[in-house]
Structures are given as structure tokens and as C-alpha cells.
Design a protein around this ligand. Structure first.
Ligand SMILES: *Cc1c(COP(=O)(O)O)cnc(C)c1O
Length: 355
């Protein structure tokens, strides 16, 4: 039986992935020389297409690293000498703040109760904070920070750097990149690709900060520090031997998405999300975990199934439909459902029918 993975990551693969993998093998992509002209072309194309897809300013740079967790560490190293500020609305935000502490930074946090959002457009950020870290969509709680609030916050603090974890909301989330200094995502969620690759989008201001830190003798990391990534990116290369196959696949899927058009993809995601939330709102036993509609994630839905998580997941898996368990302590009380471009409306309807 063919399975459909509604898990929040790794998730269902993008429908064209099979075709692209086969072509990659036929073209000997896994043996490609990462210092050769073919790779440089691939690197530049992938970078340009990502900029086109997300409307990223020309002056920004695209880096490829191995994971979102790595991106969290690199962002702290590259943008913080002493003080970082974190909005924590779930486990991923908490992890990011922990890494900053482990790197020896002084961390200030605004932490909400699990499942509660927070309006940040008028947030008071500690004066000494050099970087504001936001997990725009925390996959553990299903808490979403509205993009317009993020823009307002950056306008309030134009001189602080702003970093966004967009792992489980791309390509749906509509960010004006002018108001973000570092954004990152890994590819095994919204892009429906194999894990082991993340994209970091860096503003000139963030890169400049790294250069200042290097001059001051601050440890910004080694091969994957922003300055070194930038030096290599300008040659169409990465410092290490990268995940060439996955960069190839990402490039192919981004081209597919450009062809379909991001506005159409976003509309479909919204349609599926509305359907899912309406279903659980009117269900006699189950309900959405996040109560305030403003903070409900359209892409990673956390649903309170009142202790029935295991039984429900088992029932669905018999039909080939795989949904995620709740996060941590909520393993048995919640299910989590990924709503990404790889999930069709028809598959969503089928899942709801079996629930
Ligand atoms: C999955 C996830 C991560 C971690 O991604 P990796 O690729 O495993 O490093 C980080 N942040 C959020 C919000 C996530 O959903």
C-alpha cells in the first residue's frame, strides 16, 4: 500500500521527487566534482531560483548548510558578541536559546506557556540585545507568529538584527525579507525532500556583523561561519563537500514551484488548513490545541485528541495514512498534522473521512 506521510518532518516527499532522483542518477550527480563548473552552475541556479521564489533582495546571500539546528548555532555565532533575545513559543525556540547559552552568550527570553502565542509587534526587547531570535512556526506547539507582527517588530528595532526559523512554514509563509537579517529552513518539511540540507538567507547587515566580530577576535565558528560561507558562495561553492544530490533536488523542486506559482501553492495550503481546522473545531471530542486563531499554524497543526493519539494514529496507519504523535509530554494527547505542498486536498479529505 502506498503511504501518505502527514508527519511534520520528515514528511511526504514532493510528487516530482522520483522523477528528479532518477534523472540525478542518470546524470551522475552523486559523483559530481564540487569544485567543477557543473556544480558552480547548479549552486548559482539554486540560489537565484530561491531568491526568485521568495522575492529575496538581490544583495542578500544564500548559504547551504546541513540542518536547521546547525543554522541556529551559526546564526548566534555570526550575529552575537554578547547578548541575544529569544521569543520562545515551544521546544524549537527553547533549543535555540539553549544553544546561545552554550555558546557563552547572555540570553534574555520571553517564554509563553505551551500552546499560547504572543503578540510581538509592540514587544519590549532588552536594550543590549544584538539579535532577536524568533521561531516563526514552532512545530512542537503549532504556534505561529504572524509575519506582519515580525515586520512591525523590526521597524521598532531597526538597529537590532532579526533572525527567523522558518523550517516548518516555508514555502507557505509570506515574509518580506527586507525586514529579516537571517532566515533559515531545512528541506525535509515544506519542500518534501530528503533530510540533511538547510538553506540560510543572510542580509548584508548580518554579514557585516560577522566581519566586525572577526575583527574583534570573537569566535564566529570555523568552516561554516558566515564570512567563509560568503567567500565560497561568491565562487558558486561551499567550503566543504556539500550534499550535492539534495541541492540538485531542491533546485528541481524550486523550479517546479516557480512553474506552479507560489500564490497558487499558498492558496491550496490555506484551503487545506481551513478544512482541517473546521473539522476539528466541530468534532464532538477533539479540538485544535491552539485556542487563539491568530496564532494557529496553517502548516503544522497540533490537535488535542484527548488521550486517543496512539489509537487514532494506529487506525490511520492501517489505511496508509501516517500522522505525527504529540511533542514530548503531549505524545499521547495530541496528534500533529503537516500541511505542506506535497499533501493534496484529496489526501486530506481521505484522512478526515477515516478520523
Ligand atoms: C524540524 C525543525 C527544526 C530542526 O530541523 P533539523 O533539520 O532537524 O535541524 C528546527 N526548527 C523547527 C521549527 C523545526 O520544525
Amino acid at each position: 500500500m502506498k503511504k501518505v506521510y502527514f508527519t511534520v518532518g520528515p514528511s511526504q516527499v514532493y510528487p516530482t521527487l522520483y522523477k528528479h532522483i532518477n534523472r540525478a542518477l542518470a546524470e551522475d550527480v552523486p559523483s559530481m566534482n564540487h569544485r567543477g563548473e557543473v556544480f558552480k552552475k547548479l549552486f548559482n541556479e539554486a540560489s537565484e531560483d530561491l531568491k526568485k521564489l521568495f522575492n529575496v533582495p538581490e544583495s542578500y546571500q544564500i548559504f547551504f548548510v546541513s540542518s536547521a539546528l546547525e543554522s541556529m548555532e551559526r546564526t548566534i555565532q555570526g550575529c552575537v558578541e554578547k547578548y541575544s533575545f529569544h521569543v520562545v513559543t515551544g521546544s524549537f525556540g527553547k533549543t535555540w536559546a539553549k544553544y546561545a547559552t552554550q555558546l557563552g552568550k547572555k540570553v534574555t527570553k520571553l517564554e509563553t506557556k505551551f500552546g499560547e502565542g504572543v503578540g510581538i509587534s509592540n514587544l519590549e526587547v532588552s536594550q543590549n540585545a544584538e539579535l532577536i531570535c524568533l521561531t516563526q512556526n514552532d512545530t512542537s506547539t503549532g504556534i505561529w507568529i504572524p509575519p506582519q507582527d515580525i515586520e512591525a517588530l523590526k521597524k521598532k528595532y531597526p538597529n537590532k538584527l532579526l533572525a527567523l526559523d522558518l523550517v516548518s512554514s516555508v514555502p507557505f509563509v509570506d515574509i518580506n525579507y527586507k525586514f529579516a537579517d537571517v532566515t533559515f529552513f531545512s528541506v525535509q518539511k515544506g519542500f518534501g525532500l530528503p533530510p540533511g540540507l538547510a538553506v540560510v538567507i543572510v542580509s548584508p547587515a548580518a554579514l557585516e556583523k560577522t566581519r566586525v566580530l572577526i575583527k574583534k577576535g570573537v569566535n564566529v565558528g570555523t568552516y561554516h561561519n558566515f564570512e567563509n560561507l560568503s567567500t565560497f558562495a561568491q565562487k558558486g561553492e561551499t567550503p566543504e563537500t556539500p550534499n550535492i544530490l539534495n541541492i540538485y533536488l531542491l533546485n528541481a523542486v524550486v523550479k517546479d514551484m516557480l512553474k506552479i506559482g507560489l500564490s497558487k501553492i499558498r492558496k491550496e495550503t490555506e484551503q487545506k488548513s481551513n478544512l482541517l481546522y473546521r473539522f476539528f473545531e466541530s468534532h464532538k471530542n477533539f479540538e485544535p490545541f491552539v485556542k487563539d486563531i491568530k496564532f494557529r499554524s496553517p502548516t503544522t497543526l497540533v490537535l488535542d485528541v484527548k488521550g486517543n493519539s496512539q489509537a487514532l494514529r494506529k487506525k490511520l496507519s492501517v489505511k496508509g495514512l501516517i500522522v505525527g504523535a504529540g511533542y514530548g509530554d503531549y505524545k499521547d494527547s495530541h496528534i500533529r498534522v503537516g500541511n505542506f505542498p506535497a499533501h493534496s486536498l484529496k489526501e486530506v479529505c481521505q484522512m478526515l473521512k477515516y478520523i
